[in-house]
Design a protein. Sequence first.
Lengths: 408, 195
Amino acid sequence: MQKITLPPRPDLATKAADVGFTFAHMHGEPYWDESSAYRFTLAQIEQDIEAPATDLHAMVREAVAEIVTSEALMTRLGIPTAHLDLVADSWARQEPEIYGRMDLAYDGTGSAKLLEYNADTPTSLYETAAFQWQWLEDQLEAGVLPEGADQFNGIHEALVERFRDLFPENTDIHFTAVADNPEDYATVEAMAWAAREAGMGAHYSDLDKLAVSKDGQFLDSEDRVIGTLFKLYPWEDLLADDYARHIAGSGCMFLEPAWKAVVSNKGLLPVLWQMFPDHPNLLPAFFADDVADALVANGRPVPAVAKAFDRVADQFRRGHVVKPIFSREGASVSIVEGGDVTEASPNSDYDAHPRIVQAYHPLPVHDGFRPVLGAWIVGQACVGLGIREDRARITQDLSRFKPHFIAE
Amino acid sequence: MRKRSRTVALTILGAAAFTVAGCREEQVEAQAFPDLASCQAEAAQGGLFTPAECDAAFAEAEQLHVEAAPRYDSLAVCEEQHGAGNCGSEEQQVSNGGSGSIFMPLLAGYLIGNMLGRAGGGMAASQPMYRNAQGGFTNAAGTTNFGSNAGRAQMGTQSFAQPAATAGRAPMSRATAASRGGFGGTGGSRSSFGG
């Protein structure tokens, strides 16, 4: 894994404009940045990212099976009491997952570490699956990349296949996202293209235009009954909204399914660590309440995790990260080293949520930037890679997207 | 082995992915008649439909009425939905094998769509019309309400969707919104919900 400086495509701005990639620049900074790229060997991709991420997803499914049988655990993961059954039932029915993105820390050697799993509303799908792919094709053609260079990016084809496997041809699928956000919309649209290529009907409504009929079915902005709904809106927010009470009786299949509420949830991380202690791709993690006395007051952790904590106590004292169970783009995350908060997100949107603590695992630094590897899962397998890097230790929404390629 | 897709979808020009599959539904010229005689009378004066089309549409609407009229387990419930005096038992309305304890609205007109051979694929070229509780009319699926059972209008092809026999409605059929806007409140100040 190396970061390599490369000439950007001379017609990049035109290309981005032509395809509607309007957020290639954001907040006055480049978001899509192809002035350099990450280079991997095939072995790094297949052995260190692809296979472990697929394994991690299987472990996550085992964890979900445990979590949904325990009201206590689900409550710890912030699932409202009124909706425990909704989540458990969606797992019992084996409602299908479409996609997710694992954020991994990896420096080219050793085991990639799971930082968190955005398994509910991952974005950057378009730039990963499509724009990055076009970059590779263009730069191969221009001779900028070595002949035969490849990319870990079967995302689009895997999505098409997933839709084909799950739904009969011509199934109507509705898509929704919050209005007027081009980034979220691009992910929804990339998903819709895949659904259409698989022979589905794709229909879009803004989230706040959805309605409920007198029979309790969800309707789109044109009053058509929704049978299947892909929503780029997190379950923790859905379950807190006024319409949450209509979900169970609506007869509507949600994508991602409700059980993703316990996956796209930092509370998953301590559950995984408890079920798979010392797994090479996991970082030690605990519910903050269980170990707070030990971390800040020289006290003891709660008995249930005391042994597990003692084994990693020194590692935690050197450095750990505090994360709310629900958080996006680094919000309300802080890093604690030697007892002091050494970095904290300026965004406090998620401060009200319960927290977990995770052993601090520094990201590698390349030219002053820290890359986080996004391992994309479609269905139950890892099928692609997208990289975002940030100057700060906590990756935030100012991060840049970096393309990658595979060459020996 | 190649690690990347052979093709991808490159364009995200606004609503491009949705415009084809999710385009506004097709509009058709449609006309409602209270009975066969009024259709025939208008056909004789060169109306939208021929006498033969009147016959065929009336027969089709009657067939749909038998197969898919809303059914209720009491006269009272039926009259709640369709108004007093507008319901009868299945036994009275279905020629063979109807039950005396199941109630259906009386056929109160029929709606013909100028489908130009597009009927089929879930579309019926005609629909039975029933009284609704508000004194107007509705189609068999209850998805479209009409003020009158006579007159001509442009309407969406979904008004001609085959009425479902089940209680819940099939995806993509029309329904009346009881409320709107109950999702999206929790996100509050955040403008993006992805991550």
